[in-house]
Write a protein that binds this ligand. Structure first.
Ligand code: ADP
Ligand code: MG
Length: 603
């Protein structure tokens, strides 16, 4: 099988803080986690914009301290939400980058890129991260990748799922399915532990990540996964643990040196990075040191940190994580590596073994790749497991005033299509307003309005006249609603409008074009940097060569002048390299080479 023609089955865990990409290796019959260009198996979900370029992943995260207002992270908290959503109110205050509302109340991130203000939607930022993930896979597999399964938290609603799918489409993927993160994690284990999985089984997934904590109970029965319950904390994760250690170190620095760095963002960020590293070390060592040179006013920071001290600092947060559950626990999320967290869980489950043979920050991507392989027939000996996800919230329309009339109850296995009859509430209505909601509240208006449309049926119909509404959800959890009137034969198939952060096809197309533009700009920048360094390199070599030649025999004055003029011109171009076009730099290098090569040899 040639690699070029192969359709890889790819899974991506698009995390709030880190993303991970995995591929199903058919020949080895296993999943492989793909490392990025830095050799890391997880990549920060972070994009940074500078005067010259756009950076994604590790390079972007490294800039967060020197370029805080233009380094964007945490967009998963924004995707598919409205700006006025109370859930993000606090985040908006704390993020170092600016977020504003557009005319549709959609959040837009404002950054300065190449000296200009740019407004970028959360979907576009996510698509940039996904593009990076695609490039990571493509360079590793040495071929294009297209088919992907992307994971989302189980609590993501329709709009958040759709926005995630849009982001992947913009990034050039063909999205085979959007699945729930806990389902993916369970799937990762389902494959590994297939032998001991018979009958009905409850799985508790404990996912303590960078900024969020999710627990879910899945029931696996007849090879179907159902999300039975979800709970968690949207603001509890590894970053909170880092904060605790950071505060501790700030206090220690103050006590020892009488210097308060709490208002010095750069020092704080450097110290935070050191704390995060120490935290990771403490998952396998019992003590470590935190060191930052010249933290403030030339004073170095040096402190030791034991696992016990770390546990004391965070005990209340760890306790917060413990929840009631059943039988089996699968550990997910980088922060679930922390021994104290594992011990508390194990105590809670009276010594029951924790499933942790798969790296917790990779399990979700792992499972997504398995799902991708199942969808692409890659897993031939594992066909009996049909994976199904369920609707996270009930879906329905408002009827009889403001009553939520459920068409598809929550936890219904998807894809699904359900019809429900309704009746007109008044005589001679020229049209009926159909409002589609998601949620569990009795009053429709207390739920989430997904969209609305007018159905124009028979204008002579009286109160009680029947009407059928059909809800259909595809395998990605995306909903479309149709209304039908038998008497008039009218069918209005409606597309739920754009009022909850959804994108129209045109918008997706435009963003795909923009993504191409960004890519071209990134490449252009790379070419320019290469041209600059090639020219700098050549000038350096000529100068060395001229010195060497001068040491042995004198250069012809005319040649020397020519060389000096060329060097001066090169210096001028390099000095103004920001304004100089790449082509000019490349041309000058070529000219210099053809001028100098007849005079002397440059190696
Ligand atoms: P996400 O929340 O984006 O899904 P992850 O599941 O990858 O993120 O978890 C990231 C968090 O896990 C970070 O806060 C990181 O510091 C933490 N982490 C990663 N490895 C370890 C480790 N060995 N010990 C403790 N924490 C870790
Ligand atoms: Mg995660």
């Amino acid at each position: 099988m040639t690699k070029q023609n192969k359709e890889w089955a790819i899974g991506i865990d698009l995390g709030t803080t880190y993303s991970c990409i995995a591929v199903w290796k058919e020949q080895q019959y296993r999943v492989e986690i793909i490392h990025n260009d830095q050799g890391n198996r997880i990549t920060p979900s972070c994009v940074s914009f500078t005067e010259n370029q756009r950076l994604i992943g590790d390079a972007a995260k490294n800039l967060s301290s020197i370029n805080p207002t233009n380094t964007v992270f945490d967009v998963k908290r924004l995707i598919g939400r409205k700006f006025s959503d109370p859930v993000i109110e606090n985040d908006l205050r704390l993020w170092p980058f600016k977020v504003i509302a557009d005319s549709d109340d959609k959040p837009m991130i404002v950054v300065s890129y190449k000296g200009k203000e740019k407004r970028i939607s959360p979907v576009e930022i996510s698509s940039m991260i996904l593009t990076k993930m695609r490039e990571i896979a493509e360079s590793y597999l040495e071929s294009g990748v297209k088919n992907v399964v992307v994971t989302v938290p189980a609590y993501f609603n329709d709009s958040q799922r759709r926005a995630t799918k849009d982001a992947a489409t913009i990034a050039g993927f063909d999205v085979k399915r959007i699945i729930n993160e806990p389902t993916a994690a369970a799937l990762a284990y389902g494959l590994e532990n297939k032998g001991n999985c018979d009958g009905e089984r409850n799985i508790f997934i404990f996912d303590l990540g960078g900024g969020t904590f999710d627990v879910s109970i899945l029931r696996m029965k007849d090879d179907v996964f159902e999300v039975k319950a979800i709970a968690g904390d949207t603001h509890l994760g590894g970053e909170d643990l880092d904060n605790r250690m950071l505060n501790y170190c700030v206090e220690e620095f103050k006590r020892k040196n009488k210097v308060d760095i709490s208002a010095n963002p750069k020092a704080l960020r450097r110290l935070r990075t050191a704390c995060e590293r120490a935290k990771r070390t403490l998952s396998y060592a019992v003590d470590t040191t935190i060191e930052v040179d010249a933290l403030s006013g030339g004073i170095d920071f040096h402190s030791s940190m034991t696992r016990t001290r770390f546990e004391e600092l965070n005990m209340d947060l760890f306790r917060k994580c413990m929840e009631t559950v059943d039988r089996c626990v699968v550990l997910v999320g980088g922060s679930s590596r922390i021994p104290k967290v594992q011990q508390l869980l194990q105590d809670y489950f009276k010594g029951k073994d924790l499933c942790k043979s798969i790296n917790p920050d990779e399990a979700v991507a792992h499972g997504a790749a398995v799902q991708a392989a199942i969808l692409s027939d890659g897993i031939k000996y594992f066909p009996e497991l049909v994976l199904l996800d369920v609707t996270p919230l009930s879906l329905g329309i408002s009827a009889n005033g403001d009553l939520m009339s459920v068409v598809i109850p929550r936890n219904t296995i998807i894809p699904v299509e359900k019809k429900r009859g309704f009746v007109r509430s008044a005589d001679f209505q020229s049209s009926v307003l159909i409002e589609v909601y998601e949620g569990e509240r009795t009053r429709a208006s207390d739920n989430n309005l997904l969209g609305s449309f007018r159905f124009y049926g028979s204008p002579n119909a009286l109160r009680g006249h029947p009407l059928t509404v059909c809800f259909s959800i595809d395998a990605n959890g995306i909903l479309s609603v149709t209304a039908e009137e038998k008497s008039s034969g009218r069918i209005d198939s409606i597309i739920i409008t754009n009022d909850k952060g959804r994108l129209s096809t045109q918008q997706v197309m435009r963003m795909m074009e923009e993504a191409e533009k960004y890519k071209a700009e990134d490449q252009e920048y790379k070419k320019k940097v290469q041209a600059i360094s090639a020219l700098e390199d050549f000038v350096y070599k000529i100068r060395k060569a001229v010195e060497d030649v001068d040491n042995i025999f004198k250069l012809d004055t005319q040649d020397k002048t020519k060389i000096n003029v060329a060097i001066a011109e090169a210096r001028k171009l390099l000095g103004a390299s920001k304004e100089t076009e790449t082509g000019v730099l490349v041309d000058h290098l070529r000219e210099m080479k053809s001028l100098i090569e007849p005079i002397m040899r440059i190696n």
